[in-house]
Design a protein around this ligand. Structure first.
Ligand code: UDP
Ligand code: MG
Length: 308
């Protein structure tokens, strides 16, 4: 019998865990002909989450837990969970029931009968979220999708069911700074989007502050794009053009025997030298970024099928 592995990163989720388990298990039992396993990853919780997880492991032999020595972040928790999952299908879900377990059956059917490799949840709205946060998030996804030329649309989260091939591909991405949305997009595979309405978390609080969202956004951009480095080059080129115009005006005025103030010479020289600096910084950046990407040791290609 095939198995569906449910991977659940948990950081201070003592109140959500029991409810999450019963609700999700009930939905899994509606899917005929499959086994399930839960891999809970306790990401350095400071509350009683670990006790809840140990209780579940005692009650149900299909429940397992991994407990980190400290808080490593959701990205690390997802990676650890995927490494330990044994199922042919793996799902990543939040512990707070913001990822509706009712979608599991549909996701499974999409993979089983429609030949997709991944069925991913897409949140259609952001009700219950602060206005500023929701506005900034939307802008961020627009910017990052343009910069990286990858589909990282707003609302596409980590909630998804994947086939084993895709999970194995993700596990090949050994980079230390992990940005999962970028990784999902990088590994490819056929994904079907399943839309759902946003629900508020059942208990506890969100672990994201505006500050952590900013650093997450920054991580996403620099992990998958070296384009910001080109900005220096663009600014440098504009400055070079300005200094050329200034230089030409000096030559013309000299030909017309006009007097030119020394500060005008200085200004022209300053703009010219700054433009050279910016351009060289950008070129240097390109070399450094090559090394940066090499260091990630990402797979050069990912095979979906082969008869070799
Ligand atoms: N989480 C985690 N480690 C962290 C932060 C969050 O494992 O450092 C888990 C958290 O327990 C939850 C999921 O990641 O299961 C999503 O977190 P949260 O609900 O706070 O994010 P939001 O839904 O507000 O974006
Ligand atoms: Mg949540």
């Amino acid at each position: 019998m095939e198995t569906i592995s449910i991977i659940v990163p948990c950081y201070n989720e003592e109140e959500s865990i029991p409810l999450f388990y019963t609700t999700t298990k009930a939905e899994l039992q509606k899917i005929e002909g499959v086994n399930y396993e839960f891999i809970f990853v306790n990401d350095g919780s400071t509350d009683q989450s670990i006790h809840e997880l140990k209780l579940l492991a005692l009650q149900d032999t299909n429940c397992h837990y991994i407990s980190f020595s400290r808080n490593f972040g959701k990205e690390s928790a997802m990676f650890a969970g995927l490494q330990k999952a044994t199922g042919e299908y793996c799902v990543i879900m939040d512990a707070d029931l913001q990822h509706p377990p009712t979608l599991l059956k549909e996701m499974y059917q999409v993979l089983k009968y429609e030949n997709y490799d991944c069925a991913a949840g897409k949140r259609m709205d952001r009700t219950g979220e602060g206005g500023l946060r929701s506005f900034l998030s939307k802008q961020f996804y627009k910017v990052i999708s343009r910069l990286t030329k990858m589909d990282m649309s707003d609302g596409s989260g980590d909630f998804r069911m994947m086939r084993r091939v895709m999970v194995d591909a993700i596990l090949q991405m050994k980079e230390y700074n992990r940005y999962m949305k970028g990784i999902f997009s990088f590994v490819g595979f056929d994904t079907k989007w399943i839309e759902f309405h946003n629900v508020e978390r059942v208990a506890g609080q969100t672990k994201w502050s505006l500050k952590s969202l900013f650093s997450y956004a920054f991580e996403g951009i620099v992990s998958f794009s070296t384009k910001p480095l080109l900005f220096a080059g663009i600014v440098g080129t504009i400055l070079l053009a300005i200094s050329t115009i200034l230089g030409m005006s000096i030559i013309i005025r000299l030909c017309l025997s006009q007097v030119i103030s020394s500060s005008f010479y200085l200004l022209t020289l300053l703009v010219f030298l700054s433009s050279l600096q910016m351009i060289f910084v950008s070129i240097l950046g390109q070399y450094v970024s090559k090394d940066y990407l090499e260091n990630k040791k990402r797979p050069i290609y990912i095979i979906k099928e082969s008869d070799l």
